[in-house]
Design a protein around this ligand. Structure first.
Ligand code: NDP
Ligand code: TDO
Length: 296
């Protein structure tokens, strides 16, 4: 299976490459990555997308590219829309032209957070910020254009790659003795390596002929606040001797934190469907946390 990995230099892109390299004995025979980053193919420019597929003839597209800076999206609506909506339409049209599937990554921020039970795939979306709205639009387009798609909604990605909350916490902990973290936003942190495993699992199943297209939720198995996630990371970092002094962490409310973008207060997602249909089992958060911190 020749897999076009779009967004190869982002957090998820690098996690997928690292995962495939680490398990090359498993994937060697069946999964061949052809990678592109923004400098190779700007997904907003359809001729570049089209030239790439003509040259490489992939069997599947995995879109890990996005405008993912939630704060700056509020003041860069046009660019965010170009990448997350036009770019996704370009990739999906290219996939359709080749009659190949596309795996597109979406987010828990498509929800408004007014639920009190974990969101399922058929719940109504209502994004609160520009980034979330663009991802909602991307989902609608993928479904409209393609009949062979997997939309994976994930959440709170953390890893040793790119810009993410876990790396921010580690870096803040080296500069400050006190941190203030929001405790009234709940979500499910997801180790990007676990998401990479899931994506590879789905690709191999597609290669064997499985074709259960649709939207699926995939995130870590434990709901928590940013405050609790910070405590989790610092506790584990102390155990693994990644930090010498541990800052005190204070819980604050969203109102006490100055931010451009509104975040959902509750974006916990139910992952039963991906388990039932694709046989995906989410690792225990404790285990993912250990592996995450080992790499930080
Ligand atoms: N990070 C998270 O917590 C979550 C992410 N997601 C989704 O997961 C996916 C992966 O996210 P993540 O890896 O964290 O994001 P990153 O921002 O780390 O990676 C995205 C990559 O896309 C690239 N890119 C941006 N614009 C273009 C373009 N026009 N053409 C080609 N490439 C482009 C970026 O390049 P450059 O940096 O140079 O702009 C970057 O390398 C995204 O769809 C995101 O919405 C979902 C839930 C949570
Ligand atoms: C740095 C920092 C952040 N926070 C809060 C702000 C915010 O509400 C929350 C997380 O901040 P971040 O800016 O890292 O996270 P944010 O960019 O909102 O993360 C989101 O990214 C996109 C791409 C997604 O798709 C989402 O699933 C989610 O992971 O933590 C604090 O309370 N204290 C701090 O010191």
């Amino acid at each position: 299976m020749k897999v076009w990995l779009v967004g190869a230099e982002g957090q998820l892109g690098k996690s997928i490459i690292a995962h495939v390299n680490e398990h090359c004995a498993v994937y060697k025979a069946s999964l061949h990555l052809v990678c592109s980053s923004k400098k190779d193919v700007d997904i907003c420019h359809f001729p570049s997308v089209s030239d790439f597929v003509t040259e490489h003839s992939p069997d599947i597209i995995v879109n890990a590219a996005a405008f993912s800076d939630v704060e700056s999206a509020e003041n860069n609506l046009k660019r965010c829309q170009q990448v997350n909506v036009t770019g996704v339409a370009n990739l999906t049209n290219a996939a359709k032209a080749l009659a190949i599937p596309i795996i597109h990554i979406s987010t828990d921020y498509v929800f408004d957070g007014n639920s009190s039970v974990p969101y399922i795939e058929t719940d109504s979306t209502h994004a609160l910020n520009v980034y979330g709205q663009s991802k909602c639009e991307s989902e609608a387009l993928v479904q409209q254009i393609s009949d062979k798609y997997i939309i994976l909604r994930t959440a709170w990605l953390v890893s040793s790659f790119g810009r993410n909350f876990a790396k921010t916490v580690m870096s803040l902990s080296k500069q400050h003795s006190q941190l203030s973290m929001i405790s009234d936003q709940l979500g499910c942190p997801t180790f990007a390596d676990d998401l990479a495993t899931t994506i590879c699992h789905i690709i191999l199943a597609i290669e064997k002929g499985k074709s259960d297209w649709g939207i699926f939720h995939y995130c870590g198995d434990t709901a928590m606040s940013w405050y609790e996630l910070t405590e989790n990371i610092l506790d584990e970092a102390v155990i693994q001797q990644k930090i010498t002094s541990r800052p005190d962490v204070f819980a604050i409310t969203s109102d006490e934190y100055s931010a451009e973008a509104i975040r959902p207060k509750y974006s916990v997602m139910n992952c039963q469907k991906i388990h039932d249909i694709w046989g995906i089992v989410t690792p225990e958060w404790k285990d993912s946390l250990k592996r995450l911190v080992q790499n930080l």
